[in-house]
Design a protein around this ligand. Sequence first.
Ligand SMILES: Nc1nc2c(ncn2[C@@H]2O[C@H](COP(=O)(O)OP(=O)(O)OP(=O)(O)O)[C@@H](O)[C@H]2O)c(=O)[nH]1
Length: 580
Amino acid sequence: MTALFFCALMQASHASKTPEITDAGAFLDQTESLRIKDHRHFAERLAQIHRESPALTMAEQWHLRYLDALESSLEGNYAAAEKPLHEVIDHSGDPMLAAKASALLMNNLAVERRYEDAFKLAQQLTIDLPRIQDKTVRLQVLSYLSQMLNLAGQTDLAIKYAHMMEDTVPSVTNSCYARSKLVAALYNAKRLTSSSPELKQVINTCEAAGQPILTTTGQLILGTLFLEEHQPAKTLSLLDRIAPAIRLNQYYPHALSAQAQRAQAYEQLGEDEYARKAALAALAMASPNDISDYLKDAYEVLYRVAKRHDDTASALVYYEHYVAQNKGSLDDAAAQALAYQTVQQRVLTRKLETEELSKQNSVLKLQQALDAKAAEASRLYITLLIILLAAIAFWLFRTLHSQKRFKRMAIRDGLTGIFNHQHFISEAGRVLRLMEKRRGHACLMSIDLDHFKQVNDTHGHVMGDAVLKHAVAICQQHLRPVDLFGRLGGEEFGILLHECCHNQGMDIANQIRLAIEASPMEKDGSAISISASVGLAATDTSGYELLRLCTEADAALYRAKRAGRNRVIADTESDGLLEA
Ligand SMILES: Nc1nc2c(ncn2[C@@H]2O[C@H](COP(=O)(O)OP(=O)(O)OP(=O)(O)O)[C@@H](O)[C@H]2O)c(=O)[nH]1
C-alpha cells in the first residue's frame, strides 16, 4: 500500500496558454510551481523556453537544467535525469537547488530500486537538513526523506519528518502533503485503524486542497483497513463511491489497488465468482513482469477461490504466481531494509572512525598541551632557580662585602686606611711575642706631626685631613709589607719595624722624618710645610714588652718635641736619650 504514495504526485493536467518570456528567471520559477499541479502546462513551458532560447544567466541555466531533469523524472525517464541532477548537485554552486536535485535524484533512485544509492543521498540530505532554510525546498526534502525512511521501515523517523513538513509551510496543500506522508508512515508502522483521526484528516485536507490523487490514496488506505478489520461491505461501499475519481485520475496504482481490494472484499463476503472476476480484472491491468502487493493480493484471492472449487490445476498456477509476487515484494522490502542498514552501517563505521580519529587527535592535543605546560613549567622553574641563585649570589656578595667592610672598619682607620689604634696594638703584641720566640728584633716608632693644630686653624679641617693622608703615604714609601703601621690618635702614628735593630730603626725613622719635611703639601699654588717628631724604642734595648716599648717611645717623642720638634729621639738604656 505504501506504493500508493510513491510517485503519486502527478495530477491530470489542464490546458492553458503559455505567455511570452519577458523575465526568464520569473518564468522558470512559475514553471517549477506547476510541476505537480499541471504537468502538461509545465512541460509546455519548458519546451517554450528551449524553443525561444532567451538569454539566461548562469544561475538560470542551472535552474533550467534542474527543471529538464524534473521533467524527465515525471516522464519516468530516470536515466536521462540522473546526469543533469548530478551536475546540478556538484557544480551549480546553489545549495538550495542542489538540495532539490538531491531529493529528486534520491526519489528516482528509489523508484529504480537502487536503494543503496538512494539511502546514501538520504543520509546526506539528513545531515544537510538544518542548513536548508528555504521553506519550499525544505518541505520538498522533508517529503522525500519521510518517504524514503518509510520505505526502509524507519517509520518513526518517517513520522517525525512528516510532522516537520507540516510545521514548515502551513497551508492546506502542504498540510495535505504532510498528512499523506504521516498516514503512509503510520500505516506502515501498523498504527492505523479505520477510525484513526489522521486518516479522516488526510482525506478531508487533500480534498479541500484540490489534491484528488492524494485524497484517493487516503481513501484506498481506509478500504484496506476495512478489509483488515473484516468489514468488506464498507470496503465495497467506499470503492463504489470513489470509483469515478479513480477513473478520472487515471492513476494506475489506484486502479490496480481498488480492483485488488474489490476482489478481497468479495472473497470475504463469500462471493467467490465476483471475487474471481475482480481479481482477474486486476491482473488484466498489469504488465507481465510487474511485481506488486496488489497483484499478490489478487493472485491470493484467485488461488483460494480455485482451491475452494477444487480447481487444483488453476489453484497451483495461481499459487505459484502468488508466491512469486510475494517473494518479489518481500525481496524488494528486504532490499530496501538491507540497503538502509548498509548505508547506516557505513555511516556508523565512518562516525566511529571519525570519533576514534578525533579521540586520537584530542589525546595528541592534550599531550601537546601538557608538553607545552611542562615546558612552560620547566622554563618557569629554571627562571625561578636563576632568580633564586642570583638572589643568593647577590646576598652572598652583599654579605661578604659587608663583612669585608665591617672587618675593615674594625681594624682600619677610616681616614687614612692604616690600622686603627686597637688593631695596631694587638698586632704589635703578636709580632713582639713572635720576635721574642725567634730572638729577632723590632723597633717601635711613635710619630707626631708638628704644630698640626696650626694647619687646621690656618687651612681648615679638610686640608688637615689631606695633610694626614699625605704624611701616611710618605711613611708607607719607607715601610715593608711586614711592618705594622697604625694611627694611634689625632696626628699621632705608630710603626713597628719587623726584624729591625735599634740602629736600623733610627735610620728608617730619620728617612721618614726627612721625607716628610721635604714633601710640603701643595695648596692653590703655595706649599704647606710639614714636619714630624719621632720617638723610637727598640727591643734590643728595651725588651719585648709592648707596654714598656710604647712608654719609652712616647717618652722619646715627648722629648723630641721639647727639643724643638722635627727630629728623632731614641730612648736608650744607658744615657736616657739619644738624638738622631
Ligand atoms: N684635620 C684634623 N685634625 C685633627 C684630627 N685629629 C686631631 N686633630 C687636630 O690635631 C691637633 C693637635 O693639636 P695639638 O695636640 O695641640 O698638637 P700640635 O698642634 O701638633 O702641636 P705639637 O704636637 O705640640 O707640635 C688638634 O687641633 C686636633 O683638633 C683629624 O683627624 N683631622
